[in-house]
Design a protein around this ligand. Structure first.
Ligand code: ADP
Ligand code: MG
Length: 698
């Protein structure tokens, strides 16, 4: 049997999915579990016990010795604490045990996870509870149970809880609106396909750079003579080491039930991408965490390191995570698919209008959902979408919207004018819509592609916001349509008015052009350049109203997140600055000075041996290095002082500004000087691998 024919068998072999559950769990417990999924009620203990027992049997058969509640705290990475199945059976014997109680609920200490003031210090307990809509899986010999994580008082301390709430909100809102069209869908689920970009570099080289190890990115490094100018890496053939890595990555992901589908080389040297087939938002979010973890783990086995940072190397492209998002019904319809019947198209135009209105009204919130230190290097940097949010629809769709707004004939000759809910839309070809890579939010035929998320971040945050704004606008539309005496007329007017009022957010041109930024400003669109500008808008009253009204966050949870995000930003900038100071002090100042001394020795030797020899090269190099090194010392002292003088009990938003305006700025200045020194210093004196070595050695 060839390896390839085994893939269907391999796929999901480490997941306790529905098919496997059917084999191991008694029918009666399966029925109870399915009922709970439908009603959203918690699982009764008796059924939980039966499922736990079945899970344990399956897990032991697959070599697992431990179990863990696997959750996603606000740190953005996953957390797990492993307990073994063993229990004392008396008489020096053990038995392997796992109860329903252990399955459905855990009590990890919450005090060491970010909580933004949500957890009173006297109550350190947190609760983790099984999310029965997500399947358990085996990773590194442990049965992992996907759970939500909350505080003693029930506040969400994780990223999964709000995501699930937002999925429920958009489900409720969309089903209600569909009913107005006579559609009997009972469930609407956001579907997500998250394309994941990453860098692979050699592990030996990686270990030589403290900045890569501590910060995940190179804090300095001159641009190599060759970057991505020749466009020879994008979609290029895989080098053998990369091919071997990708093969193993696919297999590991398939075992975990991740539908890894596409792999290719990306634009920058050393950069690659993996895209899975889309799935429901909750699964997609869990799986993207697993993808990131697996990418790193598999890399180690190949003596490689996988960098997920948004901007590991200045001068070449950074990495993003395109989040493809759509809404599908339990009857198999995609609401963002322009259909073939007038009624399908009416639904399509309505959800399109809702989406456009939502993005326009909550641009700042959407911007906040992708605002963190790593992504600041990307957004607005001529390679990723700009920091200004706009929606790309493509010329066909924009033509239709123009026709609706202006009540003109659309070009399709057979129609006098386009009456929504009566006429069929002219065909919208899917392939012409995907070409604008400069747009932050692009319609790509039957889904929106949100291109701002960074490669390292959890997709739960951005997806939560997309779901929530959609729920909000659909609720508003429902209120306006539900009692309309003439539904079609009301629908037409609503869609037209909405497109007309929110036309400003639609932009089909080149988002990298300076002219667009000016135009966007004229249109009154927000341009939140960086995290320091974005995060204060997170708690705008309209955002708090939206999130609380939709039941996605409580007010306390919003403020806690605001605080956690600010704190995280300040810490990252601080760690980067401190790391750079350390590397300058222990490596660079000394390397430059040794090289300078060597040059001076050469000059002295030359003069002694043959006074007529010129020493022009040596002396001009020594001069340049000497003065740059002095400048570096001064700038580094300045940076160090900036780190020492900060008062940590300052207002969070003041700290945010301080770290951005003072610390980050100074870090950048130091970097520039280091890069100049690197260019001048002879290779044998430079203590760190250069970008050329890092990017071109795998
Ligand atoms: P590219 O963006 O590279 O051209 P595609 O647009 O075909 O590639 O696919 C990108 C991602 O979008 C994949 O993860 C794919 O599964 C996902 N995707 C495709 N259709 C949908 C949909 N209706 N809803 C959500 N995601 C989707
Ligand atoms: Mg895409």
């Amino acid at each position: 049997m060839s390896e390839a024919t085994r893939i269907p068998e391999l796929f999901g072999s480490l997941v306790f999915n529905e098919r496997t559950m059917e084999q191991y769990v008694p029918q009666s417990a399966m029925d109870v579990w399915r009922g709970c999924l439908k009603s959203g009620q918690p699982l009764p203990l008796s059924a939980a016990n039966e499922i736990a027992d079945a899970m344990k049997t399956w897990a032991l058969e697959h070599g697992a010795t431990h179990f863990t509640h696997w959750f996603q705290p606000l740190s953005g990475v996953t957390a797990e604490k492993h307990d073994s199945f063993i229990n004392n059976a008396g008489g020096g014997r053990v038995m392997m045990d796992f109860s329903g109680k252990e399955l459905v609920r855990g009590e990890p200490d919450a005090s060491s996870f970010p909580n933004g003031g949500l957890r009173a210090t006297f109550e350190a307990r947190g609760y983790s509870a099984w999310d029965p809509t997500a399947f358990a899986f085996i990773k590194d010999g442990s049965l992992c149970i996907p759970t939500v994580f909350c505080s003693y008082s029930g506040d969400a301390l994780d990223k999964k809880t709000p995501l699930l709430r937002s999925m429920a909100a958009v489900d409720r809102a969309a089903v209600r609106v569909l009913k107005l069209f006579g559609d009997d869908a009972e469930k609407v689920t956001p579907q997500i396909g998250a394309e994941q970009e990453y860098f692979l570099i050699d592990r030996e080289l990686y270990l030589k750079r403290m900045d890569l190890r501590l910060c995940g990115r190179a804090l300095f490094g001159a641009k190599p003579p060759k970057g991505q100018e020749l466009d020879d890496h994008y979609f290029g053939a895989f080098r053998p080491r990369v091919a071997a890595y990708m093969k193993e990555l696919d297999e590991e992901l398939w075992k975990l039930g991740v539908l890894s589908k596409t792999k290719h080389n990306e634009v920058a040297p050393g950069q690659h991408e993996m895209a899975p087939i889309y799935t429901d938002a909750n699964t997609a979010s869990d799986q993207n965490q697993l993808v990131m973890e697996t990418m790193k783990k598999v890399a180690e086995r190949h003596n490689l390191v996988c960098l997920l940072h948004e901007k590991p190397f200045a001068g070449v492209n950074g990495s993003g995570k395109h989040v493809n998002w759509s809404l599908s019904t339990d009857t198999g319809k995609n609401l963002f698919s322009p259909g073939k019947t007038p009624s399908q198209n009416a639904v399509f135009l309505l959800v399109l209008a809702a989406f456009i209105k939502g993005v326009d009204e909550y641009q700042e919130l959407l911007r906040c959902s992708v605002a963190f230190a790593g992504n600041d290097h990307r957004l607005g940097a001529q390679e990723a979408p700009p920091a200004v949010i706009s929606v790309f629809l493509g010329t066909e769709l924009e033509g239709i919207i123009d026709a609706i707004v202006d009540e003109n004939d659309y070009t399709a000759p057979e129609h006098k004018s386009l009456r929504i809910g009566v006429d069929v839309l002219p065909a919208i070809p899917q392939d012409t819509t995907d070409r604008n890579r400069t747009s932050p939010v692009a319609f790509t035929g039957n889904k929106f592609e949100f291109r701002m998320p960074g490669s390292s971040q959890s997709i739960a945050g951005p997806v939560t916001i997309l779901n929530t704004i959609m729920a909000e606008e659909l609720d508003e539309f429902y209120a306006q349509l539900k009692d309309a005496p003439d539904f079609t007329a009301a629908l037409h007017k609503l869609i037209r008015d909405t497109f007309s009022a929110h036309r400003r957010i639609i932009f089909n041109g080149n988002g990298y052009e300076e002219a667009w930024i000016k135009e966007a400003e004229k249109r009154g669109l927000a341009n939140l350049h960086n995290t320091a500008e974005a995060l204060p808008t997170y708690i705008l009253p309209k955002n708090i109203e939206l999130l609380t009204r939709q039941g996605v966050y409580s007010k306390e949870e919003i403020f806690s997140r605001h605080e956690v995000h600010i704190e995280k930003y300040c810490k990252v900038i601080r760690i980067e600055a401190a790391t750079l100071v350390d590397m300058v002090q222990h490596g660079i100042l000394n390397a430059a000075s040794e090289y300078e001394a060597a040059l001076c020795n050469t000059i002295a030797a030359k003069r002694a041996a043959a006074p007529e020899l010129t020493c022009h090269v040596e002396s001009s190099l020594a001069n340049a290095i000497g003065s740059l090194n002095e400048q570096l010392l001064e700038e580094t002292i300045g940076l160090k002082t900036a780190l020492e003088t900060v008062s940590d009990d300052a207002e969070p938003e003041k700290l945010l500004r301080y770290y951005h305006d003072e610390v980050e700025k100074r870090t950048n200045d130091v970097r520039k000087t280091v890069d100049k020194l690197e260019v001048l210093t002879a290779s044998k004196y430079w203590p760190y691998p250069t970008f050329c070595e890092l990017l071109f050695s795998v």
